[in-house]
Design a protein around this ligand. Structure first.
Ligand code: ATP
Ligand code: MG
Length: 426
């Protein structure tokens, strides 16, 4: 036998046993997003490398060490998208969707980051992202958070996620704070680890979410971000909190929440869970009012978030175990003899026309009835239709309840259809 070739490390297949859950989750998300009037946008998976460098920031983890970048045959540097916001803004500018308009958009699809694969962290993973353009008010930040809260309910995970909220202010305010933080940390160089020392010159705010306990202890005495916020950001944040309070959304204000990408300002938030170990953030987002201009468009407000589909799937599997997913097959048709086979094809096609929402599987390989019934059982179908010579002669169908709730029925074809219709779900 030839040597087998395996999937790339950190890039997973989604097997048939898992796709029903994915499809259910995706359908639930689509429904919730549509119920808020959001529209889908689809972007390419590959973009030119400078897009991500400019949007995400040169000294972020994503750009420094996580991107899948390669030269194409014309020596142009291309990158497999590590996130969706940059491409979405690029598309919005390119197609004139952003100037003087409001857009509420979403997308879903694979993202790529060269990280160490582990539970909840992969090299190809999937995000569902939402981006809103052209609305500067805190009302839209609140809407996005309400939308996610509704989604957690629909997915049955609301009790297992909590909201962390922060304002990181304007770029200018953040620069003032950055300086104060660097000055403070310069006096504590002895406790900083290598990573944090490096960040002190590149991206000092990221030190705030260091996992190192000693650093965290010292940071408790560091200058506080909110003491440096500009008036506009303060009001924006107060308004957001006010709406969330009135709408009964619980949150924790976490002044150390800064997020990994450079483009955020004002609101940032994360939905986190303790049910998945270290990979606890299922959804993160915030406001990025400078990004459209930074990528060459007219100044346009932006706010959005992305959720990690694999982590949501893991969480649903962990906490929502009595979830009932639709069956792949509702009825399996077994048959024996040439005339019976032809009738079986006919019945299968008629059933599919009459009940387009139901899944009808026709046995297509060889095998006696015993073997065919084994297949029927394996398919998970609730009912089997049995067609032999006798049924052809009488133009009748035998219906067998594979879960044994009903007696076997032998009925004329029309009545057999009616029986199925009234018993599918019982
Ligand atoms: P983390 O802190 O876990 O690395 P992040 O801040 O890098 O997350 P974002 O860029 O905000 O993540 O992406 C939004 C969401 O996408 C994350 O909250 C997470 O659910 C998911 N995500 C990010 N990276 C991965 C990955 N490598 N594998 C699976 N899901 C991921
Ligand atoms: Mg990351």
């Amino acid at each position: 036998m030839a040597k087998t070739i395996q999937a790339i490390r950190g890039m997973n297949d989604c097997l048939p046993q898992d796709t029903p859950l994915w499809q259910w989750l995706e359908a639930t998300v689509r429904r919730v997003l549509a119920s808020y009037g959001y529209q889908e946008i689809r972007m390419p998976i590959v973009e030119s490398t400078p897009l991500f460098k400019r949007a995400i920031g040169e000294v972020t983890d994503v750009v420094e060490k996580e991107m899948f970048t390669f030269d194409d045959r014309d020596d142009e540097s291309l990158t497999l998208r590590p996130e969706g916001t940059a491409g979405c803004v690029r598309a919005g500018i390119e197609h004139g969707l952003l100037y003087n308009q409001e857009q509420r958009l979403w997308y879903m699809g694979p993202m790529f980051r060269y990280e160490r694969p582990q539970k909840g962290r992969y090299r190809q993973f999937h995000q569902i992202g939402v981006e809103v353009f052209g609305i500067a008010q805190a009302e839209i930040d609140a809407e996005l958070i309400l939308l996610t809260a509704r989604l957690w309910k629909a997915l049955g995970i609301a009790e297992h996620v909590s909201l962390q909220l922060n304002s990181i202010g304007s770029l200018e305010a953040r620069n003032h704070y950055r300086q104060a933080l660097v000055d403070f940390l310069q006096n504590h160089l002895d406790i900083l680890d290598e990573d944090s020392k490096r960040r002190l010159t590149t991206n000092p705010l990221r030190i705030l979410d260091s996992k190192n306990e000693k650093i965290q202890a010292v940071l408790n005495h560091a200058p506080k971000l909110h003491d440096y916020l500009d008036e506009d950001s303060k009001q924006h944040f107060a308004r957001l909190c006010q709406i969330l309070d009135q709408m009964g959304i619980r949150y924790e204000i976490n002044q150390k929440l800064v997020r990994g990408l450079d483009y955020y300002n004002k609101t940032v938030f994360e939905w986190v869970t303790t049910a998945l170990g270290a990979q606890g953030t299922v959804c993160g987002g915030g406001r990025y009012d400078g990004l459209v201009e930074q990528l060459g468009g007219h100044a346009t407000s932006g706010v959005g978030f992305a959720m990690g589909v694999e982590r949501l799937i893991l969480l649903v599997q962990e906490v929502n175990q009595d979830l009932l997913l639709p069956q792949a097959v509702d009825v399996y048709i077994v048959h024996s003899g040439e005339a019976a086979t032809l009738l079986a094809f006919d019945v299968a096609e008629q059933l599919r026309s009459t009940y387009p929402q139901k899944n009808v599987m026709l046995h297509c390989s060889a095998g006696n009835f015993k073997k065919q019934f084994k297949r029927a059982d394996k398919s998970g179908a609730r009912f089997a239709i049995v067609i032999g010579e006798e049924e052809v002669q009488n133009q009748q169908l035998v219906i067998k309840d594979l879960q044994g709730h009903h007696q076997q029925q032998q009925l004329p074809i029309e009545q057999a259809f009616a029986f199925l219709a009234s018993h599918w779900n019982k």
